[in-house]
Ligand binder design. Structure first.
Ligand code: ADP
Ligand code: MG
Length: 327
């Protein structure tokens, strides 16, 4: 019995294989995921976490840039939700808003009133790093740093970004997620320069995919080889009618290992407007679970995917199947 279990788990562990996406996880794997998910939500939901757990984690800082090429595909939503999820798992997380012209990560996190200083103030010697790093009150191991308020992009150099991230690393953050601006100009180059890893976000639309492909090439040209794909705003009902590319199609076109697929969900908009990332919702949503799963895969703790490509079913049925299995 034990042998069967470990075989199933190891079969599911090849993240880079696109077949994984469609594989329905074993009941045991689902239950294991559900138990962990429930443990985390029940233990931590609504509570503030002290640093005890974070202190016990011993790892090198991972600097991950969230990028896309095309604007409006969900980079900031992804940064906020992955960051919050990873913090809830006990890691120290710093979120860097490198979208200088159109800063909005603070809004998604509900921290807009607390941005007094930015990285530019640090560079100009007007404040210290710890004054510009805003600690989230809900999760004290989550911090936000905005690069700039209204200043011009050319004020931030590549060297500034690298020094800044080095200083953040020295504060003992396990994960540093950089929310990249749209486009592939100087803002993009500055944002990716301190990163060793990248998450490319795309929607299943041909325009976004082409930009994601271009960005993937630029990441490689800048020596970032650890790249993962997150497909956002997936509509299983449209995929069923052949009106939208499936996640598998998108992944085949881009040839990047899949980190996650997030369904189109009005709750994302509601959570944005409330300044509460989706993963904090006590009420379970499929997109919230999908973000949590992507976060767990990023830290290497989960190896299966929720199947969004099955014939379209109601949200309740999907969530029920996720918990109970459908065999
Ligand atoms: P970007 O940072 O790439 O410009 P955002 O994260 O700001 O993109 O998202 C753009 C818009 O799309 C926002 O209004 C956001 O609420 C919405 N959005 C993102 N992901 C989803 C989703 N899965 N379902 C519904 N709306 C979404
Ligand atoms: Mg953005």
């Amino acid at each position: 019995m034990k042998i069967t279990f470990s075989c199933k788990i190891s079969l599911c562990s090849r993240l880079s294989s696109i077949k994984n996406y469609r594989r329905v996880p074993s009941r045991l794997a689902i239950r294991r995921g559900v138990r962990m998910y429930q443990a985390f939500t029940h233990t931590f939901c609504g509570a503030t976490v002290d640093d005890t757990l974070a202190k016990s984690i011993d790892m090198e800082s991972r600097v991950v840039v969230v990028t896309s090429g095309k604007g409006g595909v969900g980079k900031t939503t992804t940064t906020a939700n992955l960051g919050m999820s990873i913090a809830r798992l006990g890691y120290r997380v710093a979120l860097i808003d490198a979208d200088i012209g159109l800063r909005n990560l603070d809004l998604l996190l509900g921290l807009e009133n607390r941005v007094l200083y930015t990285a530019m103030d640090i560079v100009e010697g007007q404040c210290r790093l710890d004054q510009a790093l805003i600690r989230d009150k809900r999760w004290k191991n989550l911090a936000l740093l905005a690069i700039s308020k209204n200043r011009q992009k050319y004020n931030v150099t590549r060297k500034n970004m690298q020094n800044l991230i080095d200083s953040v690393k020295e504060l003992g953050f396990h994960f540093i997620l950089i929310d990249c601006p749209a486009g592939i100009d100087v803002g993009f180059i500055n944002a990716i320069s301190p990163a060793q890893e990248a998450i490319v976000v795309t929607t299943p639309e041909i325009t976004a995919i082409r930009d994601a492909d271009r960005v993937a090439g630029l990441l490689e040209a800048n020596d970032i080889y650890n790249v993962k794909l997150l497909v956002n705003r997936v509509r299983p009902d449209m995929i069923q009618k052949n009106d939208m590319m499936s996640v598998r199609d998108v992944q085949e076109m881009l040839g990047i290992p899949l980190l996650g697929a997030i369904p189109e969900d009005t709750n994302v908009i509601i959570s944005t407007n409330r300044g509460e990332p989706l993963v904090l919702n006590k009420k379970l949503t499929l997109s919230g679970i999908a973000f949590e799963n992507a976060a767990r895969r990023l830290i290497g703790k989960q190896d299966y995917f929720i199947d969004l490509n099955t014939p379209y079913k109601g949200m309740f049925q999907k969530v029920q199947e996720f918990f109970l299995g459908n065999d």
